[in-house]
Design a protein around this ligand. Structure first.
Ligand SMILES: C[C@H](CCC[C@@H](C)[C@H]1CC[C@H]2[C@@H]3[C@H](O)C[C@@H]4C[C@H](O)CC[C@]4(C)[C@H]3C[C@H](O)[C@]12C)C(=O)SCCNC(=O)CCNC(=O)[C@H](O)C(C)(C)COP(=O)(O)OP(=O)(O)OC[C@H]1O[C@@H](n2cnc3c(N)ncnc32)[C@H](O)[C@@H]1OP(=O)(O)O
Length: 383
């Protein structure tokens, strides 16, 4: 796999850092999740695929010293705390990079390492708000609306940080040097929205929220309810595709206002909605599948893996526990990701084997254990 041989330490965090670690593990890196001890409960990390768990108390000097030692033998550290936490533990980048100049120290936070909010708590919706992007999301006359925690946590956070890590790993092949990655989710999501900034001059966003081309203003870029309570997604932007949409709906374009007549959009939406409401989702699929009308079913999580297209590409996978989840993307032709099919690790499940691998002796491990700095988990006890 593309990242085989790359050693990663991921300090356990909430949603974004676990995704970042899972992406690296899916593409072959050896990812160790450093969990807290004493173990409060089961792990809340549902993105532990392909990782192993080491339970280590970083608040104890010998625990922090153990992490320093682990960092001397690793390529990447993913750190998900707000600014100042690692410094307080004596584990800031100056210390760790001095001990291992090849280390890539990835700091994945909401607000970044500097600036007014650097030490403030926050979550996806706050980062999205500060990036400016949240102001663009939502329907007409409604409050801005965050699409789950997909944008800041995962796109602007986990994925962007993974890109930073892979870029730094590549650069290190030339310089031999590591570096610090300051991955702010506010900036990650702002960067992802470059298209919105750059397309302002095209007049795409001149109207209030929810009245523009791609923000649910246009009748041809919308979702519509079907007679069985499901939905169809319509994305017929280009005139030739719009024409196919009109045909599939049984309308005559000669008798309709022009596609880009903004003032007619609300009425056209009502017309399309009443037509879509007359057939089931399956009936609309049989009309639109195989056309260029850009009309697709809105699939539920129950239906998505068995949809013919997704099945043909094996886009979803099932692990040993019969849990279905998306296959890693993108597909690399020679060295594709090979996701683990095993269950996620229990906290502390691999503590001993990891420490041995990183050069700790049995005696050192016993001492850390008796001092309650590390913890082991017996998988059978968790079943
Ligand atoms: C919208 C999302 C958030 C979604 C989260 C949900 C997925 C989950 C939230 C609640 C979960 C549920 C809940 O737990 C109850 C159930 C539990 C059950 O087990 C499972 C089911 C549950 C229903 C469970 C289900 C789900 O998991 C939940 C629903 C986001 O936006 S996530 C993005 C958040 N932002 C960031 O990551 C940006 C950077 N980080 C931060 O800004 C802060 O970390 C944050 C997130 C604000 C949290 O602040 P906090 O004060 O808590 O932490 P920090 O200031 O960063 O400091 C960390 C402290 O911990 C110490 N520490 C760390 N590691 C260790 C260690 N190994 N040993 C010892 N100590 C450690 C560290 O030293 C810091 O200590 P101090 O505070 O003393 O300095």
């Amino acid at each position: 796999m593309a990242l085989s041989g790359v050693r990663v330490l991921e300090l356990a965090g909430l949603a974004p850092a676990p995704l970042c670690g899972m992406i690296l593990a899916d593409f072959g890196a050896q990812v160790v999740r450093v969990d807290r001890t004493p173990r409060s409960a089961v792990s809340t990390d549902v993105q532990g695929r392909g990782k192993r768990s080491l339970a280590l108390d970083l608040k104890r000097p010998s625990g922090a010293a153990a992490l320093r030692r682990l960092c001397r033998g690793t390529d990447v550290l993913i750190e998900p705390f707000r600014h100042g936490v690692m410094e307080k533990l004596g584990l800031g980048p100056e210390v760790l990079l001095q001990e291992n100049p090849r280390l890539i120290y990835a700091r994945l936070t909401g607000f970044g390492q500097t600036g007014k909010y650097a030490r403030s708590a926050g979550h996806d919706i706050n980062y999205l708000a500060l990036s400016g992007v949240l102001s663009k999301l939502g329907r007409k006359d409604e409050n801005p609306y965050a699409p789950l925690n997909l944008l800041a946590d995962f796109a602007g956070g986990g994925v962007t940080c993974a890109m930073g890590i892979v870029t730094a790993l590549y650069e290190r092949t030339k310089s031999g040097k590591g570096q610090i990655i300051d991955a702010s989710m506010v900036e990650g999501i702002a960067y992802l929205s470059s298209f919105l900034w750059k397309s302002q001059n095209l007049g795409l966003w001149n109207r209030p929220r929810g009245e523009n081309l791609l923000d649910s203003g246009a009748p041809f870029y919308e979702t519509y309810k079907t007679s069985d309570g499901k939905f169809m997604a319509v994305g017929a932007i280009e005139p030739q595709f719009y024409e196919e949409l009109i045909k599939g709906l049984g309308l005559d374009s000669g008798k309709l206002p022009s596609q880009l007549s903004f003032s007619d959009w609300p009425e056209m939406k009502k017309k399309f909605a009443s037509i879509f409401a007359q057939k089931t989702q399956a009936e609309w699929c049989s009309i639109f599948d195989g056309t260029d009308a850009c009309v697709t079913p809105v699939l539920s999580f129950d239906d998505v893996a068995s949809h013919q297209h997704n099945k043909e590409r094996s886009s979803f996978i099932e692990n040993d526990q019969e849990e279905i989840s998306p296959r890693p993307a993108p597909l690399l032709s020679r060295t594709p990701a090979v996701p683990s099919f095993k269950r996620d690790p229990f906290i502390g499940e691999h503590t001993e084997e990891i420490l041995l691998e990183y050069g700790f002796t049995k005696q050192e491990i016993t001492k850390l254990y008796s001092d309650k700095v590390i913890e082991f988990s017996n998988p059978k006890a968790n079943l």
